[in-house]
Design a protein around this ligand. Sequence first.
Ligand SMILES: Nc1ncnc2c1ncn2[C@@H]1O[C@H](COP(=O)(O)OP(=O)(O)O)[C@@H](O)[C@H]1O
Ligand SMILES: [Mg+2]
Length: 331
Amino acid sequence: MSDIITVKNLVEIYSDGTKAVDDISFSVKEQEFFGFLGPNGAGKSTTIKILTTLLRKTSGSVTVAGHDIFSDAAEIRKIIGVQSQETTVDGDLTGRENIILQGHFQQMESSKLKKRVNELLQLVGLESAADKRARNYSGGMKKRLDLATALVHEPKLLFLDEPTTGLDPQSRTAIWGYLQKLNKEEGTTIFLTTQYLEEADKLCKRLAIIDFGKIVANGSPAELKRQVGADSIRIGLENCERDRDKAKSIIKTMTGVAEIVDSEECINVYAQNASSLIADIVRALDSTDIRLTSVTFSQPSLDDVFVKHTGRRIRAEELVKAPSAMFGGRR
Ligand SMILES: Nc1ncnc2c1ncn2[C@@H]1O[C@H](COP(=O)(O)OP(=O)(O)O)[C@@H](O)[C@H]1O
Ligand SMILES: [Mg+2]
């Protein structure tokens, strides 16, 4: 498959001097499910806005489906669908009317549009709410309507900016299902941003991890986890600042230790034989005046990938706990 998105040395500096995107390069292949994973403020939305021709880049080069984003913006808009981070639902219109309106913007022929609208309402599970005003929809329903709206003209390339942020678990799972189906069955290329490790891991065939405007890692979830190379042992110390270096120098000499990085708990140790190493670490530190507060062991996750590259954890906005019901409790 050939590349549908190519980004080279992209930089975005806002007028107040904020460097939101700091020299990033990456490419996305046709029919790929590609993810941008990063915490709040990493530069995800800025990148999506540039790629979807809504924001002018400061420098670098970007092509989408072979078109230059600056000189061929109109061509690009015809083939892409965009779900922005903020909902764009018009509350005065019904769900159905929202999708129809977008179809008109896309200059779709009415009989085709009517059929498509019904398909989409079904796809995102909004049939029974289709003729209610969208202002009464729950957050999850608005996000699903936004998704349907972005899909009206059957775009071959879909941009989704945090499509599940703030949703309850059921809505999130439903959206994951539609996206996987769209990618597998329709061959739609998807570029998705998220701050959820689990979402990136589950959906994306390949992803870039972005932090402070830079790509810190890029690969398939499995590759990235493999690069961590080992299981991780997270160690909390009572007096981290004072004891960190000493603890690191003790642990460093132990067999099987691949890497030690600073973390929020205090130290992360990556090792092949982590489970057997834990006892050695506890014993070794016990014979010094270094006091442990916690020791936890885990197989590599994308969180470890993020920690390995940034020393921090991704703190995603919390899930909405209770699913917000509407229309007599229908989901
Ligand atoms: N219009 C703007 N003007 C100035 N700074 C901005 C603007 N929009 C976003 N930023 C800043 O750019 C950085 C990246 O923001 P954004 O792309 O929205 O990140 P993300 O989508 O990953 O949360 C942040 O520091 C943010 O505060
Ligand atoms: Mg954003």
